[in-house]
Write a new protein. Structure first.
Ligand code: SOE
Length: 381
């Protein structure tokens, strides 16, 4: 008989769906000692949350997140709400002794994130942040190749996350779906929303960042606000590019924008080492490009590895070799790893503390965008 892991999800937007799908699938594909139970989902709109609960198979729903956290039949609180609500919910959930899964970015800023880390560590509750791209099998394979030392000394890290969905100046800010444009709800623009993903992957693959130099821009300065009904100043960064020095001596460039016409979610990274290079592209997510200078000269070249074989990360749990998986599976892998972390006592990452490092780098990037100076990364340990 499996132990139950009873989920209480807060939020039913894009991420609420991605997480619910992961909970629904994980036990079918991963051998775990725990059975995930979709116990309850919470959101303010009763009719909508009820429909969501019915659609995804949640046993119940709540309209007040404090009631959800107080329920004794919930083990895990999953925070899938806008960024400005993460801290308050996480602090309450930690106090109630719940395990916590929190959407990225961890918090609105570093100081808020620090309080969240202190709360989960004091309560001793399992915690993790949904930086899902680490668990795309090709990205996990990149981590394995780096850890095996195949690249040798790393010289360069280059990451981009390009979108084009906010170019229209008539697009309002605030409220459902568009809270990402409202600085009061999001904390920042592309830095916290998109570069945070790039930074999480980069720190995981290439180690800590020591300093950054950034430029940020807000191309559309005012937008109608959906909640106030007034035209309000836009406080988020629409685009951000920064240089970084890693602690291992490598040089990096990061770029993100929501103004790259033609790109919907183009997350790419390339790493150049002394022996080999790696590159990855979210639009072709099951492939890892690999170049090894030690290959025999006449046939040396970039290999396009189709990461779909049984010995590739996570793939033996899915179909037969050669059949690929997609974006949503990265969330399934994250739940599987979180549960395995509980079962083995070796916590899955990124924990809140790992995500605080990303938050501190985002803070330094945003600060540098204002000071026009190189900024060091604040304390996160
Ligand atoms: C924004 O458009 C967004 O949905 C981010 O919020 C996600 O984190 C990213 O994975 C895709 O783009």
């Amino acid at each position: 008989m499996k132990k139950s892991l009873r989920i209480g999800l807060i939020g039913y937007g894009f991420m609420g769906r991605a997480h619910s799908n992961a909970y629904a699938k994980v036990n079918h594909f991963f051998p775990l000692e725990h059975q995930v139970v979709l116990k309850s989902v919470c959101a303010r709109d009763e009719a909508k949350v009820k429909a969501f609960a019915d659609n995804w198979g949640y046993e119940s729903f709540e309209t007040d997140w404090r009631k959800l956290i107080a329920r004794e039949d919930i083990d895990v609180i999953d925070i899938a709400t806008p960024n400005n609500t993460h801290a308050e919910m996480a602090l309450a959930a930690a106090k109630a002794g719940k395990m916590i899964l929190c959407e990225k970015p961890l918090s609105m800023n570093g100081p808020e994130g620090r309080k969240m880390v202190a709360a989960v560590e004091k309560a001793g509750v399992a915690n993790m942040v949904w930086y899902n791209y680490r668990r795309v099998p090709a990205v996990t394979l990149a981590k394995q190749l780096i850890d095996e030392g195949r690249l040798g000394r790393i010289f360069h890290y280059r990451a981009k996350f390009l979108q084009d969905w906010t170019i229209n100046p008539e697009l309002p800010q605030g409220g459902a779906g568009l809270w990402r444009l409202d600085v009061k709800a999001a904390g920042s623009g592309v830095t916290g929303d998109l570069l945070a993903h790039c930074i999480d992957t980069a720190v995981w693959l290439n180690g800590g960042v020591s300093r950054v130099s950034a430029m940020t821009e807000t191309f559309v300065k005012e937008r109608q606000h959906n909640l106030s009904g007034k035209v309000e100043k836009v406080g988020i960064d629409d685009a951000c590019a920064f240089l970084a020095r890693f602690q291992n001596g490598s040089l990096a460039t990061f770029e993100s924008t929501r103004y790259a016409r033609g790109h919907k979610a183009l997350y790419t990274f390339e790493i150049n080492g002394e022996n080999a290079s790696i590159s990855w592209d979210l639009h072709d997510l099951h492939r890892l490009q690999y170049f090894d200078h030690r290959d025999q000269g006449t046939t040396r070249g970039w290999r396009s590895i189709h990461v779909s074989d049984g010995d590739h990360p996570y793939m033996k749990n899915w179909w037969v070799p050669g059949l690929q998986i997609g974006y949503e599976h990265s969330f399934v892998h994250q739940v599987a790893d979180f549960i395995q972390g509980i079962e083995t006592g070796k916590p899955a990452r990124p924990t809140f503390r790992d995500a605080l490092e990303t938050q501190m780098i985002c803070d330094a990037v945003l600060k540098s965008g204002k000071t026009h100076k190189w900024e060091k990364i604040g304390k996160f340990k």
